[in-house]
Ligand binder design. Sequence first.
Ligand SMILES: Cc1ncc(COP(=O)(O)O)c(C=O)c1O
Length: 427
Amino acid sequence: MGYFGNEHQVSFASRVFPKRGRTEAEVMAHLDEFGGKDVDDNHGHAIVYAMTLMNHLDAARISKVANMNFVKKNMLFKELMVGTERMSLEVKRMVIEILNYPDDARVRFTSGGSESLYCAINTARQWAKVERPRIAEPEIVVPYSIHAAMSKWCRYTGIKIKRVPLGPDFRADVKAIEKAVTANTIFIAGSAPCWPYGLYDNIEALSALAESRGIWMHVDACLGGFLAAFVERAGHKLPVWDFRNPGVRSISADLHKYGFACKPLSSITYRNKEFEKYHAFAPSDWPDGPYNTESMLGSTPAGPIASAWAVMQFLGEEGYVDLAKRCLQVKKRYIEGINAIEGMKCWESDLSPLVFEVPRGMDTFAVMGGLFDRQFYCLPCLQPPLIKIIVDPVTDEVVDGFVGALREVVDLVKKGSITIENLKPYM
Ligand SMILES: Cc1ncc(COP(=O)(O)O)c(C=O)c1O
């Protein structure tokens, strides 16, 4: 099942599992063949975030090698891996230093943004069981634009989720969220920034609301956390989105996005130990005694943590700031190029992604089809129809290639030579 929901049908003419093993050369050649059919790094990392995101520069190579060197290690057995555990604690410390978190903040690794959001809601639920024991039917209240993973977790666990319509500026409508909060509400959240439009919710106002109602407040900075930290150091102003807001109890920030580490790796950080204590659960009602884990996973790969350590040490603050500055230049170049095409309009975005409208009356999905045909991949937003690109520290050629293809495609869609049919083979 792909991102767009279609099931890929493959028919197998013969057994795939061989009776006799193949040679290393054969195996590797076949793997290369699989990989060779994917979008290439250049196009993929520029436009489609989820595929080969930010797979660039020496940092990408070092991140990959570090991952490979630790690929067989399992963080489940930390006691046996004194050195790896030390490395992991250093990464946690660097997360605190980079994101300017309080000294006594507590970082936990997860397998990605989705797991960090699952943990945030779960931790709030465990906290509420102790601190709000009368709540039998817990609910969470979030802006409509918060990441879909929150709905997923609520479906898994039977927690009610209220997605509150956005304000006219496409940010959280804090007054409407306040109205939606009831005696059963355990948790509210905001994005910094949100995936659909790249906009920051008013975290300050949401934090004040959480404080006044005594409920959990989470900031989803999965996408932007590590980019925000460095664009701010480069002098770019952003809203106050973190623990500086006293009502914020947890923040998620993905190392495998703008941290440039290999997937899968994200962080969820609690303001203090007191809040962190509701995160972990070590079941012991089985023959083997307590089963302590970092977060939700059992076996936990050490490779991505090694890749985070390597890339953080290799780039240092100066390296990350340079990449963040490059992201801002790339964004400016995209905006200038796209807005120069008749009828196209980039939305204001606080950070990343960048979204834009196609000319009035034109089919957004036909435009996407034409771009895909030219190997320029992007993602859609449906409400309203928009095209989304990721702000990546790429070269001018990548940006200009995308803008050139877009100009050509828009013209062909106008003439009717490209339609939504062009998109169908990719779905
Ligand atoms: C704001 C935000 N939150 C959460 C997620 C989920 O992250 P992941 O894909 O690592 O599970 C994303 C992914 O793009 C995101 O942009």
